[in-house]
Design a protein around this ligand. Structure first.
Ligand code: NAD
Ligand code: MG
Length: 401
């Protein structure tokens, strides 16, 4: 990077995860321009301290308050000056403070909402990977960023591709349609009935991307694409009628934008999140990401097909939640998080994920949604409903076994 570039202090939230690891890889390539100043993780103290040994941040935050003393001790034992913090409030305060000017929001699930909102309110550059925060409270996050002047740069590969095609987050009247591409996941081409007995190992084995367990299951159900439709509606301020999904198994075209003059722009590249992250960290410059260029001759054919909404009802449910609006996306997200967690723990089968989300939406989609409190209440009620549903299903399975 050129010398005029001022150093960015970056808070990496979800530092021990898949996106966090890729972020730190890009940061380490630019020691003169980028610095990891805050690292935050959920509960794995030793993995967090290992990262502190390499990146020497000023602050390390563990979400679980019971692990504060373990973190403090481990940092001291390692001879590091990094200060230990614990809990969500400490994280939100650091995100809003001078400790960082850039925040990579890469916590998984609704647990990432509070820190994402804190970054948006504090006017930070916000590299947003945590799509669930936009699904749960997208209008509030976008309004907070607008009021503070926070720059949101989408990190989800599809939204990052769209951002690149637009040159900004402004779609406006020039855009006819935004098309999100989807790999189709590990079960592309399978019938719904054949998915009854798929295992956790099969569901998390994504054909193209290496990612955390939750988003990997979301990719297998196509809920990930559904969450991304809602994410795109907020990021680019476009309605359902200008959004579409196209299955593209090679995962090289990351999304497309159709303009009103008949032009379609697409962004292509190898499936590696460091490309999107380096764009967000360097924007408006392009910086080295460590990702190789695309050799289309080697890849040969690019295929496209329509998504199968019968085999993968989660995508249909997300379309419907986007149309319903209000609390429906929050309910969809909460039920899905609960269902995916139960699936990963072997408590329910794969097809129970859409069944549970559908029932939760039928019960709670029209809950009040006018404030953060109302949305969090809808999220809480949907989680409670989902836990009961899972318990009844698991008991039913045991009784019939
Ligand atoms: P992951 O499971 O690999 O990592 C999750 C991170 O969040 C870990 O560092 C974990 O310690 C932390 N965490 C979990 N619960 C927490 C809590 N309550 N408080 C604080 N930290 C907590 O997940 P990932 O694949 O890196 O995905 C992270 C986010 O990025 C998700 O929202 C996902 O949808 C999105 N995303 C990921 C990818 C990808 O390629 N992995 C692509 C696009 C979007
Ligand atoms: Mg994506």
């Amino acid at each position: 990077m050129d010398a005029a570039f001022t150093t960015r202090s970056v808070a990496v939230l979800g530092a021990t995860g898949s996106i966090g690891t890729s972020t730190l890889d890009v940061i380490a390539r630019h020691p003169d321009a980028l610095r990891a100043s805050v690292l935050a993780a959920g509960s794995n103290v030793s993995a967090l301290v290992d990262l502190c040994r390499i990146h020497h941040p000023e602050h390390a935050v563990i979400a679980d308050p019971a692990r504060f003393e373990a973190l403090r001790q481990a940092l001291a034992n390692a001879g590091l000056r990094t200060r230990a913090h614990a809990g969500d409030q400490a994280l939100d305060a650091l995100v809003a403070s001078d400790a960082c000017d850039t925040v990579v929001a890469a916590i998984v699930g609704a647990a990432g909402l509070s820190s994402t909102l804190a970054a948006a309110k504090a006017g930070k550059r916000l590299l947003l990977a945590n799509k669930e925060s936009l699904v749960l409270a997208g209008a509030l996050v976008m309004a907070a960023a607008k009021a503070s002047g926070a720059d949101i740069i989408p990190i989800d590969s599809e939204h990052n591709a769209i951002f690149q095609c637009l040159g900004s987050r402004e779609a406006g009247a020039r855009v006819r349609r935004i098309v999100l591409t989807a790999s189709g996941g590990p079960f592309r081409g399978r019938s719904r009935a054949s998915l009854e007995t798929v295992t956790v190992a099969q569901a998390v084995a994504h054909p193209k991307w290496s990612m955390g367990p939750k988003i990997s299951v979301d990719s297998a159900t196509l809920m990930n694409k559904g969450l991304e439709l809602i994410e795109a509606a907020h990021l680019f301020d476009v309605g359902r009628d200008r959004l579409d999904v196209l299955v593209h198994p090679q995962s090289l075209v990351h999304s497309l934008v159709d303009f009103i003059d008949g032009s379609t722009l697409a962004q292509l590249g190898l499936p590696d999140m460091r490309t999107a992250l380096s764009l967000g960290l360097g924007w408006p410059r392009r910086i080295d990401s460590g990702v190789a260029g695309l050799d289309l001759l080697r890849h040969g054919t690019l295929e496209f097909e329509a998504p199968d909404l019968e085999a993968f009802p989660c995508l249909r449910l997300a379309w419907e939640a986007l149309e319903t609006g209000g609390a429906a996306p929050a309910v969809l997200n909460a039920a899905n998080e609960t269902a995916v967690s139960a699936f990963l723990q072997g408590k329910i089968g794969f097809l129970a994920i859409p069944a549970l989300v559908e029932d939760a939406l039928a019960a709670h989609a029209h809950a009040p949604a006018g404030s953060l409190e109302a949305l969090l209440a809808a999220d809480g009620h949907a989680r409670h409903f989902s836990q009961g549903w899972i318990q009844r299903t698991a008991t039913g399975q045991a009784a019939s076994a």
